[in-house]
Ligand binder design. Structure first.
Ligand code: F6R
Length: 617
């Protein structure tokens, strides 16, 4: 999703803007551009918005160009309004070119504002909703307002969630940022020579680790070494910076060819991070200090609703299964974009658990707001502390996987599942459903999880062969039952997003109700079938696919001779307690999608049309 970076300082801003945008490019984008206030106080804008445009193209366009200055804004665009082309790329200029803006979010009343501006004689250069902001701000600056006042004025005219940064030729030392609602954040920081703001904290780390997150309805003005915060009335706000725990080094690829392979490989550490300070392995106990809901309230919970989108929803589905089976509380997982609109029955005895890596996903935030308004106690399981979701939830349960850069989530799923499993145990123990002995057994098996995952990671060789084979298919079916269903759904999602192969995830028992019609030599089936109570049922499903001429790849427990006889390909995962099996089958699913993407020449870190942080609904 769109990324923003702005700098006001002493150095030539052009390479700094490119570098800042590189740190936010993982969010997903299709075009990029910058605006710089040059030495004579004029705004120079360079952007690239053709299909396939990248920061690389933008950097080469700027190479040898004489543009320089010490204040500027940059943007990576993920198209919502208007196609991917040069005109629609950001930054956008006001009609006399004296103001330039870069915007993240959607202006819901843009048509109405556009008509009004066009009636006043303004000619629009793009099809974007964002351009109205450039003109609203530009008009106010022309009529004598400061850039900050002009941005405040524009904020009062627009509807919807917006993050915007702006520069004005009339104030060549300053850049201004505004956040309204939840269209991605703006985080700001400074050192002695500069002040910077961005949609992501990672872009600030070369400058400082002390940062301020803008709340909704706040404006920031940055100038060399200075940050000034205001509310929408124009009153000054004072807020101490927080020290971020994000680490720039950790966000680099290291010796991995892609962020995705690095992040898959980091899963043993990510799981350890999620258990740190929670699972006491020697004592065999578990605690979640961040989940401080009173014991009486925990006992009164009559339902748990988990919510999230995409991979986080799949982690939530796993969470619902373990909460229901361990704590014996009815639990369901629901897509946030559905939950937010269906007026669900949620109340003070419903525990709502949102799962979101970024903490900024628009639909998840809206579902969370709904739960808050309904008075439900609410926890969020997330990576990015300080993000908007932490401000909506009552309890923040960080997964501590370390920042994920690859657009496709991998280590955040395993770390979210680890955190949810621990929450399930804490709920079960507090409600007296399981006792110390059972907790000790679970904690004992969880201690082995990192090394089990490490063993599974070494399957890469077997997986490459299978990936080559699957890359020949145009359709794939992924089947699972019970706790393997979210894993099958995730396997299919990963394959779609990375390899662009049509892949359907299904409950294996549902096949006969329609999907069987598709079976045959043209569709390959991937089944998650470790040895567990549902194993025999899965064997029947494999036989049904085979009977119809389909090719089957099974992810099965090592030493399982029966599956070897039935399936065409077998990925053998280590034997482990049933509770941990979904972790062990998930890793091969991730590797399979990664390897298939490579076999087809796709870039697994930047799947087409996808964004890391989906800040619009
Ligand atoms: C898929 C993927 C997405 C995200 C989804 C939710 O690989 O990464 O499906 O899981 O956009 O994002 P968060 O977890 O940030 O709320």
């Amino acid at each position: 999703m769109c990324g923003i970076f702005a700098y006001a300082g002493t150095e030539n801003v052009v390479p700094l803007l490119i570098e800042g945008l590189r740190s936010v490019e993982y969010r997903g984008y299709d075009s990029a551009g910058i605006s710089v206030i040059d030495e004579v106080g004029e705004i120079q804008t360079v952007k690239r918005g053709d299909h396939g445009a990248s920061l690389g193209n933008l950097a080469s366009a700027l190479d040898g160009d004489s543009i320089s200055g010490v204040v500027g804004i940059g943007h990576t665009r993920w198209a919502t309004h208007g196609g991917v082309n040069h005109q629609n790329s950001h930054p956008h200029a006001s009609s006399n070119g004296s103001v330039s803006i870069a915007h993240n979010g959607i202006i819901e009343n843009f048509l109405e504002l556009k008509d009004e501006l066009m009636d006043s004689g303004i000619v629009f250069q793009s099809e974007t909703d964002s351009e109205v902001l450039a003109h609203l701000i530009g008009n106010a600056v022309t009529s004598g307002r400061s850039l900050r006042e002009a941005v405040i004025g524009a904020a009062s005219r627009i509807k919807g969630n917006t993050a915007v940064v702006a520069v004005s030729a009339s104030e060549p030392d300053v850049a201004v940022g505004l956040r309204v609602g939840t269209a991605g954040g703006i985080v700001v920081g400074k050192n002695a020579d500069a002040a910077v703001m961005a949609s992501d904290v990672i872009a600030l780390l070369p400058y400082t680790s002390e940062v301020i997150y803008l709340e909704s309805g706040e404006i920031v003005e940055i100038e060399r070494g200075v940050i000034r915060l205001f509310d929408l009335e124009g009153s000054s706000i004072s807020r101490k910076p927080i020290v971020t725990s994000q680490n720039f080094e950790a966000a680099q690829k290291g010796n991995h060819p892609h962020f995705m392979s690095k992040e898959i490989a980091e899963q043993p550490d990510a799981i350890q991070g999620a258990m740190r300070g929670r699972a006491a392995f020697t004592k065999g106990t578990l605690s979640l200090p961040e989940f401080s809901l009173a014991q009486g309230q925990i006992k009164a919970i009559d339902r748990v609703v988990l919510t999230g989108m995409g991979t986080s929803l799949h982690a939530g589905m796993f969470g619902a299964l373990v909460i229901e089976s361990l704590a014996r509380i009815p639990a369901t997982a629901e897509n946030s974009s559905e939950l937010r609109y269906r007026n669900p029955l949620i109340g003070p005895n419903t525990l709502v658990i949102a799962v979101t890596q970024s903490g900024e996903t628009a639909d998840t935030l809206a579902a969370m707001e709904h739960a808050r308004n309904a008075g439900a106690p609410q926890a969020v399981v997330l990576e990015l502390e300080g993000s908007q979701a932490t401000r909506v939830a009552d309890f923040t349960l960080p997964i501590r996987a370390g920042q994920e850069i690859g657009v496709a989530s991998t280590k955040t799923m395993t770390a979210s599942m680890t955190t949810l499993l621990q929450l399930a145990v804490v709920l079960a123990e507090t409600r007296g459903v399981i006792g110390g002995e059972q907790v000790r057994n679970i904690v004992g098996s969880m201690a082995e999880l990192p090394s089990l995952i490490a063993t599974t990671l070494s399957l890469n060789g077997q997986i490459s062969e299978l990936a080559d084979r699957l890359s020949k298919f145009e359709d794939l079916l992924y089947l699972g039952r019970g706790a393997q269903l979210p894993i099958a759904l995730e396997g299919a999602l990963k394959m779609k997003e990375l390899a662009y192969i049509h892949a359907e995830g299904y409950p294996a028992g549902e096949m006969k109700h329609g999907v069987n019609a598709l079976l045959g030599p043209d569709i390959a089936t991937v089944v998650a079938t470790p040895r567990n109570d549902l194993y025999e049922k899965m064997l029947s499903n494999i036989s049904e696919v085979k009977a119809r001429g389909g090719e089957v790849a099974a992810i099965a427990t090592e030493g399982d001779d029966t599956v070897e006889r039935l399936a065409d390909h077998v990925i053998r995962v280590p034997d482990c307690p049933e509770l941990l099996q979904p972790f062990i089958t998930l890793v091969p699913m991730q590797l399979l999608a990664y390897r298939t993407a490579l076999a087809l020449g796709r870039d697994p870190d930047k799947p087409r049309n996808l964004a890391k942080t989906v800040t619009v609904e």
